[in-house]
Design a protein around this ligand. Structure first.
Ligand code: SF4
Length: 178
């Protein structure tokens, strides 16, 4: 009561009931070297994010009040997107499980890219349709499809759409549209 009267916090909701521990607590993001504005990668809403960086590592992500889309808010998934970068379980190496194998094995990225390209080209060749049964022009393949994720950005989606369309694929989708 004395503290409430002395501090002017008559309802006991402010400094009169704030512990020294709470007063000494600061946001982890307040220790950042810099802040970078970005967009949440998880869904098509595109909420604005403030990404806090310290020693060149992401230490926290908050909603960006400057965003006209989200005005500082993030849903629980977007608020946890720091884990997209820092989660200890995050896979950062290419893993491959050969046909019939029980275990995954590491693969260097160049070999993995060559294997993907070989399979892509082989599927395209094997399933290419020049015309339909009545001789109408198709020039397509139904043997290749693309399903993008919402963590892809505009530029990546643009290039994926170009690549797959040029290759004759017509089944091109994105998780954010499903
Ligand atoms: S914060 Fe939530 S609603 Fe906003 S873009 Fe990210 S996932 Fe979508």
């Amino acid at each position: 009561m004395v503290r409430q009267l002395r501090s002017g916090d008559v309802f006991g909701r402010g400094p009169a009931v704030t512990s020294p521990t709470t007063r000494a607590t600061t946001s982890r993001n307040a220790t950042a070297d810099r802040m970078v504005q970005s967009v949440c990668p998880y869904c098509a809403v595109g909420c604005g994010q403030r990404i806090f960086v310290k020693d060149e590592k992401v230490i926290g992500i908050e909603g960006d009040p400057d965003s006209p889309i989200s005005r500082g808010r993030l849903c629980p998934k977007g608020a946890a997107s720091e884990q997209l970068v820092n989660a200890p379980g995050r896979q950062t190496k290419v893993l491959y499980r050969p046909p019939g194998a029980r275990d995954w094995q590491p693969l260097d990225p160049d070999t993995a890219m060559d294997m993907i390209a070989d399979r892509f080209l082989a599927s395209r060749r094997r399933t290419w349709q020049d015309t339909d049964s009545q001789g109408r022009v198709l020039r397509r393949t139904m043997g290749i499809a693309s399903l993008g994720g919402a963590t892809l950005d505009n530029e990546e989606n643009y290039l994926i759409k170009k690549l797959f369309t040029a290759a004759g694929a017509i089944q091109i989708e994105n998780q954010a549209r499903i």
